[in-house]
Design a protein around this ligand. Structure first.
Ligand code: PLP
Length: 695
């Protein structure tokens, strides 16, 4: 792997003495660590329990019982559903499967890291929990309407995910939401409405709709599937009316309102007056008039309101529902029959496990979300004697986030530990080096700020002299090294200090290790790059050992943005992640959890790292598991053809080069064959780092 320093290192004003560590499965590179361990925490595995690891990584909080750590230090996924899929009754049992066992099984099947692991049971479980929570709230409040969930396809369009939702969701009449023609085609083909007589899963169509889109939806209605067109703009209505007349099929129409509730969190631009979606109040009245004129007001049956995704604050949700109910009742006053209240997505995922109203968390539980919605509707509509509508929600994130995780191995570690320093400096060493060395000896918890300033001053002086040719490379390296030793020492002192000077706050982070992960952030975790999303990240094994390194994680794209440097912790977001030292000849596996929502199709081919391998696993009631599906990720030839190369032609061009080299006697014919074979094999290979197989 060739790499240039990432900005984390390059921009780092303090660092430039670096040392490479490497662990690899074939043992060709051995770990170099001949300096005494000056690292952060004293390791005492005797005193370290897996519970300490659980607390450190908050797994019990964000894992909500789906993930836990076993006594042998491996992360397990717990089986929340019973093995028997044909019954609705699922019981909680204690069977769980080690992620390490799954990784091992993948390896045996030729599915190398990085890989996305999908746990079917968790997807089923989320659908079940969502539907049952609404059912509980409805029963408790004696609500007269039903609940009908729809899954918004855009959140994870992968065929297997949608098939599983359609299949398992059938028993709850869970439907699909489509935002484009392609998604409507997915919904029409995947929903299993024809398989049982009382099936009435919905299809809700948002987004801009042309006549082709509308025809498809109308045909669905004709076939008995409830397919709603939600109007985003008044311009859509004439097309719907025209196609409806032409095909002689009545449409089901919904209107999307712009809520004036501005929500907390990242997605607040979906809400409020400035939202680019939804009808203004004037447009809404215009739509009602047009429907009246066309004598089709009876088609207006649904009100749609989507406040945004990942709404961390329950108060926003309540206010959104309240306002939606006002619109709902006004439309009834206008004479529309209505019957469906669609509250969109927004149900959050507690990525941080903090139960707070911060962006990546949520200050409510699922039951509370459902109860709030049901009760708010009752409070708003009962006084007006309006019948309780069917509640529709379009939860995407909360449905799929838990079921996927990204797994990758660590290829390499770069740390900033200073090289061993001599006990004393030679008398004729440069004066500035002597000064620096003295600072190292003098640094205490009383004068560390002053020592920090001095160290940086002397170091910069040495660098200046280097530029002018008055200090040689050895002297400069020694200067950098002594500076690092001083900074390490100060970093240790900071741990014992209550108030850290602002200038030094970032010091531990700047001294942290860089763990190079075998994945592309842009392909597999785009939201980290795009919207500063945080996901739970942790090693999936060795959790019975105390992690004694602090690290950031860099991917293999060599892009300065290809890094993870914001992590969840019990004390809020922090910039480094505790990790273990690599063991020689042993892979170190890291998991990024809760990545089932939005990550897969938003990913891109940055640096031509393609789709990763994907496996779907189903956990059985007896503690075993099945590989239900496996998809091999893109080969190099695949990604090249995405950017319009023709791999066959490339091979031919390369062959000509090789033939020319034979002619010029640079290589032999036998060597030509070897070279062409390597080229061909590379074309077929995985785009990620492949370990040499040990035979
Ligand atoms: C994106 C989107 C959703 C899904 O939102 P989540 O917060 O992921 O549940 C639902 N409805 C609409 C209209 C959307 O655009």
């Amino acid at each position: 792997m060739s790499k240039r320093p990432l900005t984390t290192a390059a921009q780092n004003p303090l660092i430039n003495a670096e040392k490479q560590e490497s662990a690899s499965s074939n043992g060709s590179n051995t770990m170099v660590n001949n300096t005494p361990d000056t690292s952060t925490v004293a390791t005492n595995n005797e005193d370290w329990s897996v519970q300490d690891s659980a607390d450190l990584y908050s797994i019990d909080q964000w894992g909500v019982g789906y993930f836990s750590i076993a006594d042998n230090g491996e992360v397990h996924v717990n089986n929340p559903t019973s093995a028997n899929r044909s019954t609705d009754t699922t019981t909680l049992n204690n069977t769980s499967v080690s992620l390490v066992d799954i990784v091992q099984g993948m390896k045996e099947r030729g599915l190398e890291m990085p890989a996305i692991l999908r746990i079917e049971n968790l997807l089923d479980q989320r659908i079940k929990e969502l539907n049952e929570a609404f059912l509980r709230a409805i029963t408790a409040a004696e609500y007269q309407g039903n609940y009908r969930g729809v899954f918004p396809i855009k959140v994870n369009q992968q065929c297997h995910v949608i098939e599983e939702i359609a299949d398992f969701g059938r028993r709850f009449n869970h439907g699909l939401e489509a935002g484009s023609k392609a998604e409507l085609i997915i919904a029409l083909s995947q929903l299993r409405n024809h398989e049982s007589p009382n099936q009435d899963s919905l299809i809700v169509c948002n987004g801009y709709k042309d006549s082709e889109f509308i025809d498809l939806g109308l045909y669905a209605n004709q076939m008995g599937i409830s397919c709603f067109f939600v109007l985003e703009t008044p311009a859509e209505l004439p097309i719907i009316l025209e196609r409806s007349r032409a095909l002689n099929i009545k449409p089901l129409i919904g209107v999307r309102i712009k809520s004036s509730v501005v929500v907390d969190g990242h997605w607040n631009e979906d809400s409020g007056d400035r939202s680019i979606f939804g009808l203004s109040t004037n447009s809404l009245l215009e739509v009602v008039e047009q429907l009246k004129t066309a004598n089709m007001l009876d088609c207006l049956q649904l009100l749609h309101c989507h406040l945004g995704s990942q709404i961390p604050n329950i108060r926003n949700i309540r206010n959104g529902v309240l306002e939606a109910c006002r619109f709902y009742s006004e439309l009834i006053n206008e004479g529309a029959p209505m019957g469906y209240l669609d509250l969109g997505g927004g149900l959050a995922v507690d990525y941080e496990g903090a139960s707070s109203n911060s962006t990546h968390s949520m200050n409510y539980k699922l039951d509370e979300y459902c109860a709030n919605i049901v009760e708010t509707i009752i409070e708003s509509l009962d006084p007006l004697d309006i019948a309780h509508p069917t509640i529709v929600t379009e939860s995407g994130r909360a449905t799929v986030a838990y079921s996927s995780l990204l797994l990758f191995n660590i290829l390499d570690v770069r740390n900033h530990e200073p090289q061993a320093l001599p006990a004393t400096l030679a008398d004729d060493a440069h004066e500035l080096l002597h000064n620096l060395f003295a600072v190292l000896g003098n640094t205490t918890n009383k004068n560390f700020q002053e020592c920090y300033n001095d160290a940086i001053y002397y170091r910069d002086e040495i660098r200046e002299l280097f530029r002018r040719g008055q200090v040689n490379l050895h002297e400069r390296a020694l200067g950098d090294n002594i500076t690092l030793a001083i900074l390490e020492k100060i970093s240790h002192i900071l741990k014992t200090i209550e108030r850290i000077p602002p200038e030094l706050e970032k010091l531990p982070e700047l001294l942290s290790d860089i763990y190079y992960g075998n994945f592309s952030l842009f392909q597999s975790l785009p939201d980290i790059w795009a919207i500063d999303q945080v996901f739970p990240v942790m090693p999936i094994h060795r959790l019975n050992e105390q992690p004694d390194r602090e690290a950031i994680i860099a991917d293999i794209t060599c892009d300065c943005d290809g890094k993870i440097d914001r992590f969840i912790s019990p004390d809020g977001i922090r910039n480094t992640l505790p990790l273990h030292k690599l063991n020689k000849n042993e892979e170190y596996y890291v998991g990024v959890f809760l990545v089932g929502a939005y990550q897969e199709t938003l990913g891109d081919l940055h640096n031509l790292f393609g789709d990763t391998n994907v496996v779907s696993v189903r956990l059985n009631g007896d503690g075993s598991f099945d590989f239900v599906r496996e998809f091999h990720g893109d080969s190099i030839s695949d990604v090249l053809s995405y950017v319009e190369y023709e791999p066959k032609q490339m091979l031919e061009q390369f062959r000509r080069k090789a033939e020319q080299a034979v002619k010029e006697q640079k290589i032999t014919v036998a060597q030509r064959q070897e070279i062409l074979k390597a080229f061909k094999e590379s074309l077929q290979g995985y785009t990620y780092f492949e370990r040499e197989q040990v035979n």
